[in-house]
Write a protein that binds this ligand. Structure first.
Ligand SMILES: Cc1ncc(COP(=O)(O)O)c(C=O)c1O
Length: 429
């Protein structure tokens, strides 16, 4: 029988360096089961029941906003928030070129013209200088997306917004609980949009919420998601839809919220431990630098920078492949929004073709250098359940990364050989 050497790459058939496991996601507790049974028996399953009301209060307190309203998902939250802050069809909204495609789609679907701009190469979040350059007479709003494990520069963004009288709708789908100078992400701009979809650090399967500090914005969002009815149960004279959530979802959110502060602290601790470990071993991979103005970083994913100039010719994809074999599965980023195949403006279900094409930024010709470099060459992310692992698990990650760093030449040779093998097979077909 072949003996596996501890330092032999898993990619070459060696033993993976990571043997411990991280918790499975999502996590649930006994409290949700007790509440859920009561909800089922109560017959009050929707229409702003006691759990939804309680969650809205609890979540607003957690974020530090005056109001919170629950919706069906984190896409309609963006639509309703933009409409509530006054966006009209034909207005321009500035969106980062790197985000989940829904950020842009939500704005397009309410008739806004989405202007995509470049990101900060370190944080992967929207670059304030790029926002400033993209402002025109038609610009009405900015959507800063607090992406993966970094917050946007909210000082610079709020300054620009005040100077140009623009509204700010924060997309906080990734950062339930981050704080910028002790202010909660989602309570800094005019509105904050949250997603509670299955993969998110606070989840009820599908769902969303908007936080805000302005009663008029709150009332409008409520009417837009509740078929035109206001929070007082009276008609609000708005053209609304049904974007409500159920009591069962609210139960899951209330249970999750009870664990969230502890989970954020554990992830933050583990992220710092990993960052320090990587700094010690050196090599092509490092944790992204943390902005000292972030007083609490909640992670949907931890962001890493891969430096190809330190990788002996190994590409980001090859490096990630070698790490995955060692038991450290890391992800790449989303596709650039303007290249995302889901953003098909000319599909017949898209409302975009019914507007003047000349007014829309030409996505096909767009090239945002920092977005492209991050997507193709430098950015890697580690998902939040992995950051809930033990200290031993983190240590194994650092050991695995060190092992791959020590064998870069072999990683390159093995990956190229496998790629050539696959090419040879497809050439035969
Ligand atoms: C940054 C960002 N914005 C918006 C959304 C949309 O949220 P949902 O899937 O709940 O509609 C997501 C979801 O993954 C997201 O990651």
């Amino acid at each position: 029988m072949k003996m596996m050497k501890a330092d032999e790459l898993a990619l070459a058939g060696g033993k993976p360096a990571v043997t411990l496991k991280c918790p499975r996601w999502p996590v649930s507790g006994r409290q949700e089961l007790v509440w859920m049974e009561k909800v089922v028996r109560s017959g009050k399953w929707s229409w702003l029941g006691p759990h939804e009301r309680a969650f809205c209060e609890e979540y607003a307190r957690f974020i530090g906003s005056k109001y919170c309203v629950c919706l069906a998902n984190g896409t309609v939250t963006i639509q309703c928030a933009l409409q509530a802050v006054g966006m009209k069809p034909g207005d321009e909204v500035i969106v980062p070129g790197l985000t989940w495609v829904a950020t842009a789609q939500a704005a397009l679907d309410i008739g806004a013209n989405v202007v995509l701009v470049d990101i900060d190469p370190e944080t992967l979040c929207i670059d304030p200088a790029a926002i400033e350059k993209a402002i025109t007479r038609k610009t009405k709003a900015i959507i800063p997306v607090h992406l993966y494990g970094c917050m946007c520069d909210m000082d610079a963004i709020m300054k620009i917004a005040h100077r140009h009288k623009l509204k700010v709708v924060e997309d906080v789908a990734h950062q339930h609980g981050s704080r910028w100078r002790n202010r909660g992400a989602g309570a800094i701009g005019n509105a904050g949009s949250f997603s509670f979809q299955q993969s998110k650090p606070l989840t009820c399967g599908e769902g969303g919420a908007v936080t805000c500090n302005d009663k008029a914005v709150y009332d409008t969002i409520f009417a837009l998601k509740q078929v035109g009815w206001g929070p007082d149960g009276k008609p609000a004279n708005r053209y609304g839809h049904n974007y409500s959530m159920t009591e069962m979802q609210a139960v899951l959110l209330r249970g999750g919220l009870q664990r969230l502060t502890r989970q954020i602290a554990l992830r933050e601790d583990n992220a710092q431990c990993l960052a320090a470990g990587l700094q010690k071993i050196g090599g092509p991979l490092r944790a992204v630098r943390r902005d000292p103005r972030i007083t609490r970083q909640a992670y949907y994913a931890m962001t890493f920078v891969f430096d190809p100039s330190l990788a002996d010719g190994v590409t980001k994809a090859e490096y990630a492949k070698a790490l995955a074999a060692e038991g450290c599965a890391m992800g790449g980023t989303y596709a650039a929004v303007y290249k995302n195949s889901l953003l098909n403006l000319y599909d017949t279900t898209s409302p975009v073709p019914f507007r003047d094409r000349k007014t829309i930024q030409n996505y096909r010709a767009l090239k945002l250098p920092n977005v492209e470099k991050a997507v193709n060459e430098t950015a890697l992310v580690m998902s939040h359940p992995q950051l809930l692992g033990t200290r031993g698990y983190m240590t194994q990650w650092v050991q695995a990364i060190a092992k791959v760093n020590d064998h870069l030449g072999q990683v390159k040779a093995l990956c190229r050989k496998q790629a050539d093998g696959k090419k040879g097979q497809s050439d035969k077909c």
